[in-house]
Design a protein around this ligand. Structure first.
Ligand code: ZN
Length: 101
């Protein structure tokens, strides 16, 4: 996903451009689909980059009608910790089901 997300900042996002992806042998139709119109560069998370490197359009792509909702004003005032506490998902943490004996 391109980092227009007003809610989260991914530290491992990488800045990519259309020409940079072409140099990495990503197919042109894929490149054309992952960038919004009139946009030549954007930041992508590791999950999206793994799809792109495999010449696949990420699930969370603009061409799949993915877009962020408008940020509610009350969320704009949160600090990093508060933001994590109210997040639906905390990235980098995988929940595991515990098995009882
Ligand atoms: Zn992504």
């Amino acid at each position: 996903m391109i980092s227009t997300n007003p809610f989260l900042i991914f530290q491992s996002m990488t800045l990519q451009s259309k020409s940079k992806l072409q140099n990495k042998n990503v197919k042109l139709p894929v490149i054309e689909q992952i960038f919004p119109p009139n946009t030549d560069e954007g930041e992508f998370c590791p999950t999206c980059m793994s799809h792109i490197r495999g010449s696949k359009v990420p699930t969370l792509a603009v061409c799949h009608r993915f877009k962020y909702l408008e940020q509610p004003e009350c969320l704009g005032a949160l600090n990093d910790l508060e933001e994590r506490l109210v997040s639906l998902r905390i990235f980098g943490i995988s929940p595991h089901k515990l098995t009882g004996r």
